[in-house]
Design a protein around this ligand. Structure first.
Ligand code: SF4
Length: 363
């Protein structure tokens, strides 16, 4: 059943901020991150939220999933957890929702906990791995090890569940090497998908104090983009889709002072994709023996903004680097996505080059 799932479901998020957490990890304040107040949701509130979201779902949207996010779902008191699941399951049985998913800590994923899910249409579990380096996990006061993550993924797969892994490059103690090693070790677990959230310093967290005292230095935006790009390509090379890069720019995170440091950008994922297209264009243009001063780059219409970059950053970079006079960006629906064609060269014929994924050995 899991393999029949389409990649882009219509997700109805129900937030349980920091609920079920055994303690607070140094970087975390889910009220700021999710934009939702904490406190126990009643069954009625869950029902109302699901009904409200179903009202937004257009006819063109496909499969509907209810998702419990922002806390440690399997750490919730069993009776409360089941009351939330009962409510979601009611919509499944009514035919309006297809399945349920949630996020949870690796150390709460046990055989016993998974057996309690049997009556419910839970199909996907997102595991907060954050790092596969035990020293980094310890410094971040996660309270679990990389081995816990490995075991949890195995258990979930044995239960026939789809698995998502969340990782956070740039945690305390991280280096570019440990970040890429986390990517390799996470990819070896063969999750169905991954989310990459470079660490930002959120107000009212331990990390904020460490940042203020100089004890913690976050990644720069440029380094976070570069490392996330490498992780993205690493996962892609293993056939693992990356469904999110960078924290979602929700209302409370955008409030002045909510993020006090680190590589937060409302369009972080776009910046990573643009960097990948910049690399692709550079690679392609460097291979040309001669270049006319005016060239055209053709990409699939969906990829035009990625090739241009934010405020045409990539085009300006390419013009400068290759001493060009102008670059025309032409959308070409005949091209596949993630491909680039250079036109306007003196040689007959065009070059087509698809995005290459870095092999693990090249990282
Ligand atoms: S990171 Fe996860 S486990 Fe840690 S405090 Fe936040 S929600 Fe809880």
């Amino acid at each position: 059943m899991a393999n029949n799932l389409t990649p882009r479901p219509f997700i109805i998020p129900i937030f349980v901020p920091n609920m079920g957490c055994p303690h607070r990890c140094v970087f975390c304040d889910q009220v700021s991150i999710t934009g939702h107040e904490g406190g126990k949701l009643s069954r009625r509130q869950v029902r109302e939220r699901i009904s409200e979201f179903l009202g937004f779902k257009g006819d063109h949207r496909g499969r509907v999933e209810v998702a419990f996010y922002g806390g440690n779902f399997l750490g919730l008191q069993k009776s409360y957890r089941q009351s939330l699941l009962d409510e979601a399951q009611g919509f499944v049985e009514g035919g309006r929702v297809e399945s349920i998913r949630f996020s949870t800590r690796p150390d709460t994923i046990t055989r016993e906990a998974l057996e309690t899910l049997a009556p419910y249409a839970v199909r996907v579990v997102e595991v907060g791995a954050q790092s596969m380096d035990d020293a980094v996990l310890s410094l971040s006061r996660r309270g679990h090890t990389a081995e816990d993550t490995k075991m949890s993924v195995r258990l979930l797969k044995n239960h026939g569940l789809r698995v998502g892994l969340q990782i956070m490059p740039g945690l305390p103690g991280d280096t570019p090497e440990s970040i890429l090693e986390t990517g390799r070790r996470a990819a070896e677990l063969e999750p169905d998908f991954a989310r990459i959230y470079p660490t930002v310093v959120v107000k009212n967290t331990v990390l904020e104090k460490w940042y203020d005292s100089g004890q913690f230095k976050p990644l720069s935006l440029a380094d976070a983009i570069d490392l996330t790009k490498r992780l993205y390509l690493l996962f892609k090379a293993r056939g693992i889709s990356v469904i999110r890069m960078g924290l979602q720019a929700v209302g409370s995170l955008l409030e002045p002072g909510a993020v006090v440091g680190g590589p937060f950008h409302p369009a972080f994922g776009h910046l990573v994709h643009s960097e990948i297209f910049l690399d692709l264009a550079v690679q392609e243009l460097e291979m040309q023996e001669t270049l006319s001063k005016r060239i055209a780059l053709k990409v699939h219409p969906h990829d035009v903004p990625k090739l241009r970059g934010l405020r045409n950053h990539n085009i300006k970079q390419l013009i400068q680097r290759f001493h060009l006079k102008a670059i025309q960006v032409l959308p070409d629906p005949a091209l596949p996505e993630n491909a680039l064609r250079v036109a306007g060269l003196p040689q007959p014929g065009f070059a087509i080059r698809k995005i290459k994924c870095y092999g693990l050995s090249k990282l």
